[in-house]
Design a protein around this ligand. Structure first.
Ligand code: ZN
Length: 336
């Protein structure tokens, strides 16, 4: 997406930059329309004329420095000051025969933090040589703003600039964590690999919880060797019992299989973690509560994952909020 000017704004810009009258521009537009047998719109025609005259139809932000919070999707040629928080990764790619490298940085100012994606080889070269260390103050010049999974990103291509330690710029309080906007979706709208999404609905069926042992150090699943817990990284460890709960969750548009872990299992079941762990060896206890779980309403925050074996989408729950019944009722009214 690029932020384009309206018909009227383009006319204004041509008038200002080329000294043509409105009448003159309109007659050129009409000429273009009849020449192209009305195959294009008026907007399309004025674009062509602007291009012929060398007038940019994009809003030009060059020369203005923004705060990160002011950057919005579609802006081009923006610049801002920020502190380099982290060089996340420099990767090689080979896409459609095009080879190159891309670098991911995190940069923050006193309003927000943002990911900066760099496609310019000379800048990437300087980064990989350690010439632009973390903690540096940067002037990022000539970037465009895109949206990626609910977070905005700056993309800096060829012609972009990363100026190191600009004069008279310093930051006292730098925001270090990138804000990811949680996107509320209906289940029917969920896409594979969606992350940072929330869905609100009702548990319609819940399955018996399962348990696995995880490493007390790194939380990864352990294997059992000689009856003891063994972590690939940490060797024999004190294992921790982790519950997993699968359920069907419905919001009226569709239903989806949802999976939650650890404390979120306790939240859905309405039990303490100790009581959840007791369910491992007491199947009857679960049978007694499972009918009370169906019908409970929650807002699940998490991501969508494809289950390759069954070829279906599943929702992995990272966090749970109780649904405010008033909001839920309003949403239902709106839908009706
Ligand atoms: Zn471990």
């Amino acid at each position: 997406m690029i932020s384009q000017l309206t018909y009227e704004q383009i006319i204004e810009k041509i008038k200002k930059e080329k000294g043509l009258s409105e009448h003159e521009i309109n007659s050129r537009v009409n000429e273009k329309l009849s020449k192209l047998s009305d195959l294009i719109s008026k907007q399309g025609a004025v674009h062509i004329i602007a291009n012929e005259l060398g007038v940019s139809v994009f809003e030009d932000y060059s020369g203005k420095d923004f705060k990160i919070e002011e950057l919005t999707e579609g802006m081009r040629n923006i610049s801002f000051y920020g502190k380099l928080l982290k060089i996340d990764a420099i990767r090689s790619f080979n896409k459609n025969g095009r080879e190159g490298r891309v670098a991911n940085l995190f940069v923050g100012d006193d309003t927000q933090a943002i990911r900066v994606v760099i496609w310019d080889e000379p800048i990437i070269d300087n980064l990989s040589k350690g010439l632009i260390p973390s903690g540096s103050v940067l002037h990022v010049v000539g970037g465009g703003i895109r949206q990626n999974n609910g977070a905005k990103e700056v993309h800096l291509g060829k012609g972009g600039k990363l100026e190191l330690n600009p004069k008279n710029i310093s930051f006292k309080n730098v925001v270090e964590v990138q804000q990811r906007q949680v996107i509320n979706k209906k289940i029917v709208e969920l896409m594979e690999n969606d992350i940072g999404v929330s869905i609100s609905g009702t548990v319609i069926q819940v399955f018996e919880p399962r348990f696995y042992e995880s490493c007390g150090n790194c939380s990864k699943k352990v294997e059992i060797r000689d009856g003891k817990s063994f972590c690939q990284t940490h060797g024999f460890v004190h294992g921790e019992l982790v519950p997993i709960l699968n359920m069907y969750f419905d919001d009226g548009t569709d239903n989806i299989r949802a999976t939650c872990f650890r404390e979120n299992v306790a939240k859905v079941l309405g039990l303490s973690m100790e009581d959840v762990k007791l369910l491992k060896d007491d199947i009857n206890a679960f049978e007694r509560i499972k009918n009370d779980i169906a019908g409970k309403q929650f807002t699940f925050l998490g991501k969508v994952q494809k289950n390759e074996m069954f070829g279906r989408k599943e929702f992995v729950v990272n966090d749970i909020q109780q649904v405010d019944p008033v909001i839920m009722i309003k949403e239902i009214e709106v839908r009706i």
